[in-house]
Design a protein around this ligand. Structure first.
Ligand SMILES: [Zn+2]
Length: 196
């Protein structure tokens, strides 16, 4: 079972077959992760958080929920989670958002990592899918939209299963980081017993 520890600003890539599982776990409090998924057969088919939110009637993750592609194909299913405070609305953190928030980041923006993968797949497009913001919270309590610390406590996790053959990218978000720069912040483990 592959296991990767990510520092904020780094990414893991997992190729899953139907039934395989993938778990994202926080190693430090306040750390968020961004997750996107692409159909293995054609990476142009990818996660749609908009369609997922509409089809599931949800603005966060919950047990049993399906993550859908823009073509309404089931990519992942949420099997188990220790925390239900996540985001389906924000785009991947990118150099422009970071600039707008005057943030200093360690490592790569999630957008930068996701886009580099797309480029390697022969898809050098500028815009990447909106991610699931695992443990990410947009603050609307004051009537203003903005980021606050990730909802994660140490050990908080979300476990998914693959509903179809797909590639999953998980980036430890440098914009919503919990620990010291360069220190392990997110653990990603997945089942890769079958050839994909
Ligand atoms: Zn990010």
């Amino acid at each position: 079972m592959p296991e990767v520890e990510l520092a904020a600003g780094t990414m893991a890539v997992a190729t899953l077959a139907p039934g395989d599982s993938l778990c994202v776990r926080a190693l430090v409090a306040g750390q968020a992760a961004e997750l996107v998924a692409h159909a293995a057969a054609d990476p142009r088919e990818r996660l749609s958080t908009l369609l997922t939110g509409l089809a599931e009637g949800a603005y966060t993750l919950r047990e049993g929920m399906v993550l859908w592609s823009q073509e309404y194909r089931a990519l992942l299913r949420v099997e188990e989670l220790s925390n239900e405070r996540h985001d389906l609305a924000l785009e991947a953190c990118n150099p422009w958002v970071s600039r707008a928030l005057s943030a200093t980041l360690a490592g790569d923006c999630c957008w930068t990592s996701f886009r580099a993968w797309l480029e390697r797949e022969g898809l050098p497009e500028k815009w990447v899918p909106y991610p699931v913001g695992i443990f990410k919270q947009a603050d609307e309590r004051s009537g203003r939209y903005g980021l606050r610390a990730g909802s994660s406590s140490v050990g908080d996790f979300v476990r998914f299963s693959a509903a179809s053959r797909c590639t999953v990218l998980v980036s430890a978000c440098p914009l919503t980081a919990g620990g010291e720069p360069g220190a392990p912040a997110i653990e990603v483990t997945w089942n890769a017993t079958r050839e994909s």
